[in-house]
Ligand binder design. Structure first.
Ligand SMILES: [Zn+2]
Length: 377
């Protein structure tokens, strides 16, 4: 490749021969190659260094992004913890109140400073936000289990009340679906910020069951099963019979209790006095509205002991026996009406012991509830 060469060099009219030996040429070429290699190496290192820097920066940015994401996740968890804790707190308050409703006594709501919402985020510590959240979810599961158990209890109670009502010869469907007359204890819960629907399916089911139980138990309590007078009744007096005045067959819509004039007359169930006065044929009459479409009527009275609008408990003395109106002698004419239709009062007065026990349990709960409500207002 390299050969000895002679090069003509012309300077100022003179021509010179310069001899370039192969050896010299090789040296020059080697020097150039070496210089190029050095240059190449320097450039390469710079390029590689540059590339490394870029990847490091990318890695750093990626790490930063991961940290940001993690922080965002933690912040989200923290918010979630707050939300879940607040939700649990609302449900807990609700469940406690419902439990006390079922027992017939109301308890004060837990103090705000003890709520999970306020304590949970401060106690995160060693558990970590995730751990706290996990605990809260466990708590929520337990609440759900509790709500389900409570619903079963309520359903059992409602079924007992329903069976008792049927024992009085009444189809519960026929009862007036009037809203829980005495204040409607469940209404208050719904106005406390959260609707029942927001508290989950188990709470909605419990709420529905409770409303049903409440309606049935109030209806059961309205059944007029207490004796209106402490004298013997003419057991066959309800139904078709010979009219004592005309001698013709006529429907007699009540039970007769013959007794001495002035014998005290008692409310057959708790309720509100809805009529005091005269009605043709009936003479002096007192009527008591027991709710759910049930009223009792007491006729031929000689004296009134109550006023319209007055609330009376079972057994309360409302009047005295007499013989006013179409009457052949002192006696109480006692009627039970469901949505205006006369029913045989014997069914109510001769109720079985277990039915009366179920009624007494329901009456106790409603009375205690009414008592605590009155005490609060
Ligand atoms: Zn009569």
């Amino acid at each position: 490749m390299f050969q000895d060469r002679e090069i003509f060099v012309r300077t100022g009219g003179h021509v010179k021969f310069v001899k370039l030996s192969a050896k010299l040429q090789r040296r020059i070429a080697t020097a150039f190659a070496a210089a190029f290699l050095v240059l190449l190496t320097i450039t390469g290192v710079a390029v590689v260094r540059d590339m490394l820097g870029a990847s490091e920066r990318a890695e750093l940015a990626q790490q930063q992004a991961q940290v940001d994401a993690a922080q965002a996740r933690v912040a989200a968890y923290r918010n979630r913890v707050g939300e879940v804790a607040a939700e649990l707190d609302a449900r807990q308050t609700y469940l406690e109140r419902l439990t006390s409703e079922i027992r017939g006594t109301r308890v004060a709501a837990p103090k705000p400073d003890a709520t999970a919402e306020q304590t949970a985020p401060r106690k995160i510590g060693a558990l970590g936000v995730k751990g706290v959240l996990r605990n809260l979810f466990t708590l929520r599961d337990r609440q759900n289990d509790y709500a389900v158990a409570l619903t079963e209890t309520v359903d059992r109670r409602a079924a007992r009340a329903e069976a008792a009502i049927r024992n009085f010869g009444i189809d519960p469907q026929r009862l007036t679906k009037q809203p829980a007359a005495l204040g409607g204890p469940f209404v208050a819960f719904r106005s406390e910020g959260r609707t029942v629907g927001q508290m989950g399916a188990s709470i909605v089911r419990l709420d529905t069951a409770l409303i049903r139980m409440e309606r049935l138990e109030r209806a059961l309590v309205a059944m007029p099963s207490a004796r209106p007078a402490n004298v013997d009744m003419v057991t066959s007096s309800y139904g078709y019979r010979r009219d004592p005045f005309t001698g013709a067959a006529a429907f007699h819509s009540g039970l007769d209790f013959p007794g001495a004039r002035g014998t005290p007359i008692h409310a057959a169930a708790a309720g509100r006095v809805s009529f005091v006065g005269r009605k043709s044929g009936y003479g002096n009459v007192v009527e008591i509205d027991h709710g759910q479409g049930i009223i009792t009527r007491y006729a031929h009275l000689s004296r009134f002991d109550v006023k319209v609008g007055q609330r009376v408990a079972t057994g309360f003395t409302i009047a005295a026996m007499g013989s006013t109106g179409r009457s052949t002698g002192p006696h109480l004419h006692f009627e039970v009406r469901l949505n205006g239709t006369a029913m045989n009062p014997r069914i109510f007065l001769e109720a079985k012991k277990d039915v009366l026990e179920t009624k007494a349990v329901a009456a106790r709960r409603i009375a205690e509830l009414a008592g605590t409500q009155n005490g609060q207002s």
